[in-house]
Design a protein around this ligand. Structure first.
Ligand SMILES: [Fe+2]
Ligand SMILES: [Fe+2]
Length: 198
Protein backbone atom coordinates (compact mmCIF):
# COMPACT_ATOMS: atom_id res chain seq x y z
CA UNK A 1 0.00 0.00 0.00
CA UNK A 2 1.17 3.49 -0.76
CA UNK A 3 2.62 5.50 2.11
CA UNK A 4 0.14 7.82 3.83
CA UNK A 5 0.98 11.41 3.02
CA UNK A 6 0.85 14.22 5.56
CA UNK A 7 0.08 17.93 5.69
CA UNK A 8 3.81 18.49 5.13
CA UNK A 9 3.48 16.71 1.76
CA UNK A 10 0.36 18.70 0.89
CA UNK A 11 2.17 21.90 1.86
CA UNK A 12 5.15 21.16 -0.38
CA UNK A 13 2.79 20.18 -3.18
CA UNK A 14 0.93 23.49 -2.93
CA UNK A 15 4.23 25.40 -2.81
CA UNK A 16 5.31 23.74 -6.07
CA UNK A 17 1.94 24.56 -7.58
CA UNK A 18 2.24 28.22 -6.52
CA UNK A 19 5.78 28.36 -7.91
CA UNK A 20 4.53 27.18 -11.30
CA UNK A 21 1.53 29.56 -11.16
CA UNK A 22 3.81 32.56 -10.55
CA UNK A 23 6.03 31.51 -13.45
CA UNK A 24 3.01 31.24 -15.76
CA UNK A 25 1.91 34.70 -14.64
CA UNK A 26 5.29 36.25 -15.47
CA UNK A 27 4.54 35.22 -19.07
CA UNK A 28 0.89 36.32 -19.08
CA UNK A 29 1.24 39.75 -17.46
CA UNK A 30 3.32 41.34 -20.27
CA UNK A 31 0.56 40.32 -22.73
CA UNK A 32 -2.09 41.88 -20.52
CA UNK A 33 -0.05 45.09 -20.22
CA UNK A 34 0.29 45.17 -24.00
CA UNK A 35 -3.45 44.67 -24.54
CA UNK A 36 -4.42 47.44 -22.08
CA UNK A 37 -5.28 50.90 -23.45
CA UNK A 38 -5.48 52.85 -20.20
CA UNK A 39 -1.94 54.00 -19.30
CA UNK A 40 -2.76 53.52 -15.60
CA UNK A 41 -3.89 49.93 -16.20
CA UNK A 42 -0.82 49.22 -18.32
CA UNK A 43 1.36 50.56 -15.51
CA UNK A 44 -0.52 48.46 -12.93
CA UNK A 45 0.10 45.26 -14.91
CA UNK A 46 3.75 46.18 -15.46
CA UNK A 47 4.36 46.91 -11.80
CA UNK A 48 2.63 43.67 -10.78
CA UNK A 49 4.84 41.84 -13.28
CA UNK A 50 7.86 43.11 -11.34
CA UNK A 51 6.24 41.99 -8.08
CA UNK A 52 5.39 38.60 -9.61
CA UNK A 53 9.06 38.06 -10.52
CA UNK A 54 9.73 38.80 -6.85
CA UNK A 55 7.13 36.17 -5.88
CA UNK A 56 9.07 33.56 -7.87
CA UNK A 57 12.29 34.50 -6.05
CA UNK A 58 10.51 34.61 -2.71
CA UNK A 59 9.17 31.09 -3.21
CA UNK A 60 12.74 29.95 -3.89
CA UNK A 61 13.62 31.45 -0.49
CA UNK A 62 10.70 29.56 1.05
CA UNK A 63 12.01 26.26 -0.37
CA UNK A 64 15.48 27.14 0.96
CA UNK A 65 14.09 27.92 4.42
CA UNK A 66 12.61 24.39 4.44
CA UNK A 67 15.80 22.78 3.09
CA UNK A 68 13.81 21.65 0.08
CA UNK A 69 14.87 21.65 -3.54
CA UNK A 70 13.07 24.21 -5.72
CA UNK A 71 10.48 22.32 -7.73
CA UNK A 72 7.48 23.27 -9.84
CA UNK A 73 4.29 21.31 -10.38
CA UNK A 74 2.07 22.36 -13.23
CA UNK A 75 -0.77 24.58 -11.97
CA UNK A 76 -3.90 23.73 -13.96
CA UNK A 77 -5.99 26.34 -12.15
CA UNK A 78 -3.97 29.37 -13.21
CA UNK A 79 -3.53 27.89 -16.67
CA UNK A 80 -7.33 27.89 -17.03
CA UNK A 81 -7.60 31.50 -15.88
CA UNK A 82 -4.84 32.54 -18.30
CA UNK A 83 -6.53 30.65 -21.15
CA UNK A 84 -9.80 32.48 -20.47
CA UNK A 85 -7.89 35.75 -20.51
CA UNK A 86 -6.39 34.85 -23.88
CA UNK A 87 -9.81 34.25 -25.44
CA UNK A 88 -11.00 37.63 -24.15
CA UNK A 89 -7.98 39.32 -25.76
CA UNK A 90 -8.95 37.77 -29.09
CA UNK A 91 -12.37 39.47 -28.99
CA UNK A 92 -12.98 42.69 -30.89
CA UNK A 93 -14.01 44.80 -27.87
CA UNK A 94 -13.85 48.59 -27.78
CA UNK A 95 -10.83 49.84 -25.80
CA UNK A 96 -12.61 50.59 -22.51
CA UNK A 97 -14.47 47.26 -22.57
CA UNK A 98 -11.21 45.41 -23.25
CA UNK A 99 -9.66 47.20 -20.26
CA UNK A 100 -12.66 46.26 -18.08
CA UNK A 101 -12.30 42.61 -19.21
CA UNK A 102 -8.54 42.61 -18.58
CA UNK A 103 -9.22 43.86 -15.05
CA UNK A 104 -11.82 41.12 -14.51
CA UNK A 105 -9.38 38.46 -15.73
CA UNK A 106 -6.53 39.94 -13.69
CA UNK A 107 -8.68 39.90 -10.56
CA UNK A 108 -9.55 36.24 -11.13
CA UNK A 109 -5.83 35.48 -11.08
CA UNK A 110 -5.25 37.61 -7.97
CA UNK A 111 -8.08 35.92 -6.08
CA UNK A 112 -6.76 32.51 -7.06
CA UNK A 113 -3.34 33.48 -5.74
CA UNK A 114 -4.83 34.98 -2.57
CA UNK A 115 -6.66 31.71 -1.86
CA UNK A 116 -3.49 29.68 -2.48
CA UNK A 117 -1.26 31.88 -0.30
CA UNK A 118 -3.93 32.07 2.43
CA UNK A 119 -3.90 28.28 2.79
CA UNK A 120 -0.12 28.06 2.46
CA UNK A 121 0.36 30.59 5.29
CA UNK A 122 -2.14 28.83 7.56
CA UNK A 123 -0.45 25.47 6.94
CA UNK A 124 3.05 26.93 7.37
CA UNK A 125 2.03 28.37 10.76
CA UNK A 126 0.38 25.10 11.82
CA UNK A 127 3.54 23.21 10.82
CA UNK A 128 5.78 25.75 12.65
CA UNK A 129 7.48 26.92 9.47
CA UNK A 130 7.62 30.48 10.77
CA UNK A 131 10.15 31.85 8.28
CA UNK A 132 8.20 30.37 5.36
CA UNK A 133 4.94 31.79 6.73
CA UNK A 134 6.42 35.28 7.02
CA UNK A 135 7.79 35.18 3.47
CA UNK A 136 4.47 33.93 2.10
CA UNK A 137 2.63 36.67 4.00
CA UNK A 138 4.71 39.32 2.21
CA UNK A 139 3.55 37.92 -1.13
CA UNK A 140 -0.08 37.66 0.00
CA UNK A 141 0.00 41.35 0.99
CA UNK A 142 1.22 42.26 -2.49
CA UNK A 143 -1.48 40.13 -4.16
CA UNK A 144 -4.14 41.88 -2.07
CA UNK A 145 -2.76 45.30 -2.94
CA UNK A 146 -2.68 44.40 -6.65
CA UNK A 147 -6.30 43.25 -6.46
CA UNK A 148 -7.38 46.49 -4.74
CA UNK A 149 -5.52 48.54 -7.32
CA UNK A 150 -7.43 46.78 -10.10
CA UNK A 151 -10.75 47.37 -8.31
CA UNK A 152 -9.91 51.06 -7.97
CA UNK A 153 -9.04 51.40 -11.66
CA UNK A 154 -12.32 49.71 -12.65
CA UNK A 155 -14.49 51.68 -10.25
CA UNK A 156 -12.81 55.05 -10.73
CA UNK A 157 -13.51 55.26 -14.44
CA UNK A 158 -12.85 52.28 -16.68
CA UNK A 159 -16.18 50.50 -16.04
CA UNK A 160 -18.15 53.71 -16.56
CA UNK A 161 -16.23 54.53 -19.73
CA UNK A 162 -17.03 51.05 -21.04
CA UNK A 163 -20.69 51.40 -20.02
CA UNK A 164 -20.92 54.80 -21.77
CA UNK A 165 -19.55 53.18 -24.94
CA UNK A 166 -22.27 50.53 -24.61
CA UNK A 167 -25.03 53.15 -24.25
CA UNK A 168 -24.05 56.14 -26.41
CA UNK A 169 -27.71 57.31 -26.64
CA UNK A 170 -28.12 57.62 -22.92
CA UNK A 171 -25.00 59.73 -22.80
CA UNK A 172 -26.43 62.11 -25.42
CA UNK A 173 -29.65 62.37 -23.45
CA UNK A 174 -27.71 63.37 -20.38
CA UNK A 175 -25.99 66.11 -22.35
CA UNK A 176 -29.35 67.34 -23.65
CA UNK A 177 -30.83 67.27 -20.19
CA UNK A 178 -31.18 71.04 -19.97
CA UNK A 179 -33.24 71.18 -23.17
CA UNK A 180 -36.78 69.84 -23.06
CA UNK A 181 -37.15 66.41 -24.67
CA UNK A 182 -40.93 65.95 -24.87
CA UNK A 183 -40.94 62.61 -26.70
CA UNK A 184 -38.99 60.96 -23.86
CA UNK A 185 -41.11 62.48 -21.13
CA UNK A 186 -43.31 60.04 -19.38
CA UNK A 187 -46.79 61.10 -18.35
CA UNK A 188 -46.63 63.42 -15.41
CA UNK A 189 -47.78 61.76 -12.25
CA UNK A 190 -51.21 62.96 -11.20
CA UNK A 191 -50.90 65.60 -8.55
CA UNK A 192 -52.96 64.71 -5.57
CA UNK A 193 -53.45 67.73 -3.43
CA UNK A 194 -53.24 66.81 0.18
CA UNK A 195 -55.85 68.58 2.24
CA UNK A 196 -54.05 70.94 4.51
CA UNK A 197 -54.82 70.42 8.12
CA UNK A 198 -55.43 73.35 10.29
FE1 LIG B 1 1.98 36.38 -7.36
FE1 LIG C 1 -0.58 38.32 -8.45
Amino acid sequence: MAEVKTLQDAFLDELRDAYDAEKQLTKALPKMAKAASSPALKAAFESHLEETRGHVTRLEEVFASLDEKVRAKHCDGIEGIIEEGKSVMEENFDDATMDACLIAGGQRAEHYEMAAYGSLIAWARALDHTEAADLLQETLDEEKAADEKLSALAEDGINQEAADAANPEEEEEEEEDSAPAPKKRSKPAPVVAKPRRR
